[in-house]
Design a protein around this ligand. Structure first.
Ligand code: NAP
Length: 422
């Protein structure tokens, strides 16, 4: 594939990650891949370089290398090229398949669509994956944070992310009201006066490919269950349908490897076959309280976009908050890893914030490359660093006797720990 980059240059060294064969999502990974990186806005300039340093250390310690390709989005792209999301940035991630980004600011108000949403949709990164596990030594608001070891799969392209909305007072909103009232028979449903209207589409295609990703992950990683989270008791034809299509995947596509919870009780007295993944479902509001009360019963969760937004942030809080919560956007044979947190503009450039979330997002990226040894080193080094008391301000203020490190000092310590452990 050839593409001329006008605005950025491809590194002289390193090769592209490719597909083993067209149509599969299995990757052919060289030992020295080119990896596009977007530092992002605000604290991106702090956490981006810290992450590069740690991932490079892990690559070197396992006999590999990474050639970074700096690409731009958000404020840095506006400064350089007077546009928010240059084609070259999207094209680089499309071509090199494995990439990582820091946070991007989304100004509140009309006229600015989220660049994060644009990137995910443009590259069809339809799964937002957020592992939530507790790292020894990270302070948490709950008494037993170690009980949580979940991986959330949030649909990334439809539901509220489809962005079908009409502003109150607009011609579009009035047309939709007219249609809904006159044509569809909901004539006594919407109050008089200005109304904002949104539509949330949930498709069979979007649901099934997301649920497959969650079930595949559970099978590949020896997880016990996949829970479908929905609000199908109220939104029967969107969220209820998500549940039903999710169960269809479980019943029709995996044979004995997957069993649904009702079958488990009806036919097997609650006893799952060895190694099988159990698929069950929970209503979203109930699930939010079960996260706290029955934390250890949940394993892999699959959900539509908005539920996933709420639930993964709530779960992230239980394991220590935004400074340590990693994530990744995944499509077929393509990944854009990114931390859960935003650009925290008030701390930008101060060498202060916690880079752990982006470093652990990099760990997901390394696993996606199949570099499990390097990924394990990153995790072990982060855990040793934090539990030995070297932490950034956000954790230090909650730990007695913790030693406050700058972002760069923390990254130096993690990188040195990788060398020591290798
Ligand atoms: P935020 O940037 O995540 O920051 C909220 C607070 O969380 C910070 O003030 C800080 O708390 C803490 N925090 C976040 N990242 C941290 C880190 N690495 N280390 C330590 N503490 C950290 O959320 P926001 O203020 O709501 O959003 C700011 C901008 O980011 C918005 O434009 C939003 O749209 C955008 N955003 C982008 C993404 C993304 O790119 N994926 C995600 C979320 C939000 P304390 O002040 O208490 O220390």
């Amino acid at each position: 594939m050839s593409y001329d980059y006008d605005q950025v240059s491809v590194p002289d060294e390193g090769e592209a990650v490719t597909l083993v064969e067209e149509g599969s999502d299995e990757l052919d990974v060289p030992d020295h891949p080119v990896v596009p990186i977007i530092y992002g806005d605000g604290i991106g300039v702090d956490v981006g370089p810290a992450t590069q340093q740690v991932l490079e250390a892990a690559a070197h310690a396992t006999g590999r290398d990474i050639s970074w390709m700096r690409v731009y989005a958000g404020e840095s792209a506006r400064e350089r090229y007077d546009e928010n999301l240059p084609d070259d940035t999207v094209e680089a991630i499309r071509r090199f398949r494995v990439a990582i980004k820091g946070p991007l600011t989304t100004p509140v108000g009309a006229g600015f669509r989220s660049l994060n949403v644009a990137l995910r949709k443009e590259l069809d990164l339809y799964t937002n994956m957020r592992p939530t596990y507790h790292i020894e030594g990270v302070p948490s608001p709950v008494t037993d944070p170690g009980a949580m070891d979940m991986v959330n799969f949030r649909e990334n392209t439809e539901d509220v992310y489809a962005g079908i909305e009409w502003e109150a007072g607009s011609e579009g909103a009035e047309q939709v009201r007219e249609f809904v009232e006159a044509e569809m028979g909901f004539d006594d449903t919407i109050h008089d006066g200005p109304v904002g209207i949104g539509i949330k589409p949930i498709t069979e295609f979007g649901t099934k490919r997301l649920v497959r990703k969650a079930v595949d992950y559970a099978l590949e990683n020896g997880r016990d269950s996949v829970t479908l989270i929905h609000k199908g008791n109220i939104m029967k034809f969107t969220e209820g349908q998500f549940r039903d299509w999710g169960y269809e995947v479980a019943r029709e596509e995996y044979g004995d490897e997957v069993i649904t919870e009702d079958t488990l009780w009806e036919e097997r007295d609650g006893e799952a076959p060895d190694g099988a993944v159990v698929v069950n479902d929970r209503i979203a509001d109930n699930m939010l309280q079960q996260l706290l009360t029955r934390t250890d019963q949940y394993d892999v969760l699959a959900m539509p976009n908005l539920n996933g937004d709420y639930l993964s942030d709530a779960a992230g809080a239980q394991i220590g908050g935004l400074g340590v919560a990693p994530g990744a956007n995944i499509g077929d044979g393509r990944i854009l890893a990114e931390p859960v947190h935003g650009s925290a503009p008030k701390y930008a450039g101060q060498d202060k914030v916690n880079p752990t979330a982006m470093i652990l997002s990099g760990r997901i990226m390394l696993e996606y490359l199949g570099w499990d040894d390097a990924a394990d080193l990153v995790y072990d080094a982060v855990e040793h660093t934090i539990s030995s008391g070297t932490v950034t301000y956000d954790l230090e203020r909650q730990i007695e006797g913790g030693e406050k490190a700058a972002t760069s000092e923390y990254a130096d310590t993690v990188a040195a720990e990788i060398e020591r452990l290798a």
